[in-house]
Design a protein around this ligand. Structure first.
Ligand code: 13P
Length: 335
């Protein structure tokens, strides 16, 4: 287990965070549509290459989450090195999204449960052979009228725990992601209540399934006002309530916590992380980022399918600021 703890620490320690570049092909198409680029196999390869081979990214990024297609792709500029090998040569840990997506939860009209446990052991073994040393599974909890139900929390937590146990058996660090969505009009207090319950039930299930907590990375949402809530909480309040919720629910053995950005603006995601690390004092876990949109939005806008260098420099700038935020050292004017 020491090895898993070391990997989790390399992914999240020393001011480094995780690049979530594991968008499924349909999600990648949505991102490319927004900048007018066709989502072909080659364009997806080129875009992922731009991020993965950006010079010096390893100063800020400890791990990259890939989609199945990407793990099978290679760098485009040199002699076509598989992405996993390229990352390993830079000291960055390659990772892989292994869930099969959030599907309708039978019997509950507007809730979801994440699928993908069948055949997972075999898939994990194959990914390990290809160089992956961590995996990701995302559960989705929606806040709405009368939801989440206890059934939704429990079904998702149970799947997360079984996935995590299988990962550890195969030598991979599981990223455990119980995401409470920020869609809707709910207040930050409601988000606190639901995140608190989601984390309690998730850790209860992780313990029941004998998951070693030092060998996981938790990927939670921040405690935040919903996108359409008329009253938006301040940066300080988001930081305070998120830290309170994590301190209450996340055992000290956990090595790293790496937030998702979840639809926050890139600047807000950076500012919130910085505030938590600046006010947090000494925390028992690494507290960092595992952003998808908040790390890639600037890069996508600068790249637009043709300007590789501009895409890389936007990505590096954003990664650097998030790395500073993971140490609580970002100057206010940089946000
Ligand atoms: P966002 O940061 O865009 O929410 O994506 C992170 C992620 O990996 C969601 O599973």
């Amino acid at each position: 287990m020491t090895n898993l703890k070391e990997i989790a620490n390399q992914m999240t320690g020393s001011g480094k965070g995780i690049l979530a570049a594991d968008e499924s092909t349909p999600t990648c198409k949505k991102r490319f549509d927004s900048i007018g680029v066709e989502s072909t196999f080659e364009n997806r390869n080129e875009y992922r290459d731009l991020l993965i081979t950006a010079s010096g990214m390893e100063k800020y990024i400890g791990g990259v989450i890939m989609f199945d297609e990407t793990l099978r792709q290679s760098t485009t500029c040199d002699n076509k090195t598989p992405f996993a090998d390229h990352l390993i040569s830079k000291g960055v840990i390659p990772g892989i999204k292994v869930d099969k997506g959030a599907k309708e939860l039978a019997g509950f009209s507007s809730e979801k449960v994440t699928e993908g446990l069948d055949g997972l052991r075999e898939r994990l073994n194959e990914y390990y052979e290809m160089g992956a040393r961590f995996a990701k599974w995302r559960a989705v909890i929606t806040i709405g009228d009368g939801i989440p139900s206890l059934a939704c929390y429990e079904a998702n937590a149970h799947a997360l725990a079984r996935y995590a146990a299988l990962c550890q058996e195969s030598g991979l660090v599981p990223i455990v992601e119980p995401e409470v969505l920020m869609d809707g009009t709910h207040t930050i207090e409601k988000c606190y209540e639901v995140t608190d319950m989601a984390l309690k039930i998730t850790f209860d299930q992780l313990k029941k399934q004998n998951v070693s907590l030092e060998g996981i990375v938790l990927k939670p949402n921040m405690v935040i006002s919903a996108i359409d809530c008329p009253e938006q909480a301040t940066v300080e309040k988001v930081a305070e309530l998120t830290l309170k919720c994590l301190k209450t629910n996340v055992p000290t053995e956990v090595t790293g916590i790496a937030f998702l950005s979840g639809g926050q603006s890139s600047n807000a995601a950076t500012a919130h992380l910085n505030a938590m690390n600046a006010m947090g004092g000494s925390l028992p876990w690494n507290l960092t980022f595992s952003y998808g949109r908040a790390l890639q939005q600037d890069a996508l806008n600068s790249w637009k399918g043709e300007n590789r260098e501009a895409g890389q420099s936007s990505f590096l700038e954003r990664a650097k600021n998030n790395s500073l935020a993971a140490m609580g050292k970002l100057a206010k004017q940089a946000i």
